[in-house]
Design a protein around this ligand. Structure first.
Ligand code: AMP
Length: 108
C-alpha cells in the first residue's frame, strides 16, 4: 500500500516544518496556511478521519492539539484559534489521514 503524505512526513521522506513530536503524534506547519502559524496535528496510528479513528487515538489527538494550540497561540500573540477536523470529501477533506487543523486568529 502506498504511504500517505503525512506518513512520509513522519518518516522524514519529505520536508516539513515540524513543531512537535512524541510517540503518538506529530505536528507541523500547514504548507498552505489559512492564517499565520496554521499547523496540523496528526495521529501516528493510521485512520482516515473521524469516521474510523479509535476513541483513544482521538482523545490523545485532541488533548495534544489543545496543548499545542495554547502554546503556539501565546508564542504568536494570537487572540484565539479554530480547531478543525475535516471528515469526508463532501466536507473538503483532501488528505485521508486524520489530522487536526489549528488556525490562529489575530485582532486584525
Ligand atoms: P484537509 O482538507 O483537512 O484534508 O487538509 C489537508 C491540509 O494539508 C491542507 O491544508 C494542505 O495545505 C495541507 N498539506 C498538504 N500537503 C502538505 C505538506 N506536504 N506539508 C504540510 N501541509 C500539507
Amino acid at each position: 500500500m502506498q504511504k500517505d503524505i503525512f506518513q512520509r512526513i513522519i518518516d522524514r521522506e519529505i520536508p516539513s516544518t515540524i513543531i512537535y513530536e512524541d510517540d503518538k503524534t506529530i505536528a507541523f506547519l500547514d504548507i498552505n496556511p489559512h492564517t499565520k502559524g496554521h499547523f496540523l496535528v496528526v495521529s501516528k496510528e493510521f485512520s482516515e478521519n473521524l469516521f474510523d479513528i479509535e476513541d483513544d487515538d482521538l482523545i490523545n489527538l485532541i488533548l495534544t492539539a489543545r496543548k499545542l494550540a495554547l502554546s503556539q497561540i501565546e508564542k504568536l500573540n494570537a487572540k484565539g484559534f479554530r480547531l478543525e477536523i475535516n471528515s469526508g470529501i463532501a466536507a473538503g477533506q483532501e488528505i485521508f489521514r486524520t489530522h487536526v487543523h489549528i488556525i490562529p486568529y489575530y485582532d486584525d
